[in-house]
Unconditional design. Structure first.
Length: 604
């Protein structure tokens, strides 16, 4: 057996060793969104991203998804063969992309590493490659295309390289960052543009067949949700810098450099060493790596900072091979072996934690199946408030995604998870089952009390966190009839918890609550006029309804207002009050549809 064949056998065995224990990995992260595209591909094979789904309580078009449809096509093909989402089958197919990544990186390492096998094993031990390798997101297929194209390009097969590079353009817009990296090799300048050709082809195809450039839809969502604001970008860049330290691991990359002092001011942002030490190491890597590998790292890092807003560790997967090759070249074989072992240990523990997190959602829905079925049999609705795995498994048994301002009927069932729910307030909800997801190990990639930016910098900037706090708290609520007890409802009154039905959010500054474009609540009937005290940061028209009948509307300029309706006449034990604004907006870093700020609603 030749040395190359032996090395490839070892790499394949290593991939199988790290992937097969997690072959039954539950649906996680953004998997459901790609699966929506795969399901729509059964209807429109050429347009999987014409799917629509509810995201954070609002229906969106998948044409605005920040990735072209290659991953949805792959998942759609598997789904066409299986007829259902069977986790082991899907992960078994996606395991092949991990194998392709390992083989491609090995041939790249042959060109640039003193010890190609060990450099590649260090890459395969990268925690984010290990953990995200068991997801159905586009990151690993993208990496397989990018690394295969780069390997072919480096070894002079520039025309053959165009095929995987073109596919990379159909997998992610980020792929175009590889073009200037390949140009550094001073050959095949035209062929290196294949990722851009893939991106442009997709845009033109959609424009011709549907009249829309998908990237324009994406930009529209970015502007609507304020995802490219400076504060958001700064948090994302800080998290990405810290993630650099863990691609090959501190054991492999640590060396003294003045660049490490960058971690000191970062400590004022987050005092935890998991952030500021990682940040310093990340700056050191950007500063110290030279030559082709250095530019590879810096170009892709800059692209991640510019293009992305969430600061997720997976965005840096395309530069993990470069960092691992650089680290393998500068340290001794003994230290390199120890670094691989350390990375494997960390990656394994993070993978176990990740598995237990997503399995918690699956088991929660499994436990509630009898209750869900009984609710559906009674012609009531089951709603799931949240995203990710809980959404997927709940919808699989008949639940509907909860929209903002959703109103319920008595007897409905609502599944809510604290970490990712849209926090719709409904006083008629009575908790019946509550479960905490508590992985056995204290490592956290995301969590209620974790400041980890592994998935998104909105949770924090640490690459991972260490805490025994629950990852998430899951609650099943039954909708019940509950009569109002007061006709005067300040937003800081305890009765808010039982009399608000929808569209009014958490208390802020002791007296204020944001309301959505539409909000509803119950008051105890009383003779008089309906009075609303509210602050609006912009000009709006406010509409007041009593028992679904409009009683007053008034245009409001910016400022604090007290609005009164004509005298109202109601009978019975409760009166339904509905407040609507003619327009709404979404604040930077928020996903809620906001109308105005309420202070008080009463009948006087």
């Amino acid at each position: 057996m030749s040395a190359v064949r032996r090395d490839l056998f070892i790499l394949a065995f290593f991939v199988l060793l790290t992937r097969l224990p997690f072959i039954i990995q539950p649906i996680q992260g953004d998997d459901p969104y790609y699966l929506y595209g795969a399901m729509h591909a059964q209807i429109e094979p050429l347009h999987p991203h014409h799917a629509k789904y509810v995201f954070q309580g609002v229906e969106v078009k998948m044409q605005g998804h920040p990735h072209p449809p290659l991953n949805a096509w792959i998942l759609g093909g598997i789904l066409a063969l299986t007829g259902d989402v069977m986790e082991p089958v899907f992960h078994g197919v996606y395991l092949l992309f991990s194998l392709i990544c390992g083989i491609a990186v090995y041939f790249i390492a042959q060109k640039y590493a003193r010890q190609p096998l060990l450099a590649t094993l260090l890459f395969l031990s990268t925690p984010v490659f290990w953990v995200n390798g068991m997801s159905l997101e586009s990151d690993i297929p993208l990496l397989a295309c990018l690394m295969t194209g780069m390997a072919l390009f480096i070894h002079g097969r520039v025309w053959w390289a165009m095929v995987p590079l073109f596919l990379a353009g159909l997998a992610a817009y980020q792929s175009v960052a590889l073009i200037p990296v390949l140009w550094l090799l001073r050959r095949g300048y035209l062929q290196a543009c294949a990722p851009a050709l893939g991106v442009i082809s997709y845009q033109l195809f959609e424009r011709i067949t549907s009249g829309v450039f998908p990237v324009a839809v994406s930009v529209g969502y970015f502007q609507e949700y304020g995802l490219q604001r400076l504060v958001t970008k700064m948090g994302s860049a800080a998290a990405l810098t810290g993630h650099l330290a863990w691609l090959a691991g501190p054991v492999a990359v640590w060396e003294w450099s003045w660049a490490l002092l960058a971690g000191i001011p970062a400590a004022f942002w987050d005092w935890n060493p998991l952030f500021w030490v990682s940040f310093g190491i990340g700056v050191m890597i950007l500063w110290r790596v030279d030559g082709f590998l250095g530019w590879w790292i810096r170009i892709f890092f800059a692209a991640a900072v510019i293009l992305f807003f969430a600061g997720s560790a997976r965005y840096l997967l395309p530069i993990a091979p470069a960092i691992c090759i650089w680290a393998a070249n500068k340290i001794s074989e003994d230290r390199l072996t120890f670094a691989i072992a350390a990375q494997m240990m960390l990656a394994g523990m993070l993978a176990v934690t990740n598995y237990q997190h997503w399995d918690g959602y699956k088991q929660f829905v499994e436990k509630l199946k009898p209750q869900i079925q009984a609710t559906l049999d009674a012609n009531q609705d089951v709603w799931v408030d949240g995203e990710w795995g809980i959404r997927f498994y709940a919808e699989a048994v008949g639940a509907q995604p909860l929209k903002q301002n959703q109103e319920f009927r008595s007897g409905d069932l609502v599944l809510h998870h604290q970490l990712g729910g849209i926090a719709t307030r409904a006083g008629t909800l009575q908790p019946i089952v509550t479960t905490k997801i508590e992985p056995v190990l204290p490592f956290r990639l995301i969590g209620l009390d974790a400041k980890s930016g592994w998935a998104s910098a909105s949770f924090g900037q640490r690459s991972f966190d260490v805490t025994f706090a629950p990852v998430d708290v899951l609650t099943a609520y039954q909708v019940i009839d509950r009569l109002p007890t007061v006709s005067d409802l300040p937003m800081n009154a305890p009765e808010v918890e039982t009399q608000v039905l929808s569209g009014i959010f958490d208390l802020e500054q002791e007296t204020n609550r944001w309301m959505a474009k539409r909000a509803s609540l119950l008051l105890k009937p009383s003779p008089g006029v309906l009075e609303v005290t509210a602050y609006t940061p912009r000009a709006v028209e406010l509409i007041l309804k009593v028992d679904n009948k409009e009683v007053h509307r008034q245009k409001l300029e910016e400022g604090l207002h007290t609005i009164e309706s004509p005298p109202i006449h109601v009978e019975g034990e409760s009166v339904l009050i509905t407040l609507e604004t003619d327009t709404s907006f979404i604040a930077s870093g928020d996903t809620r549809e906001l109308g105005l700020i309420l202070q008080r609603v009463r009948i006087k």
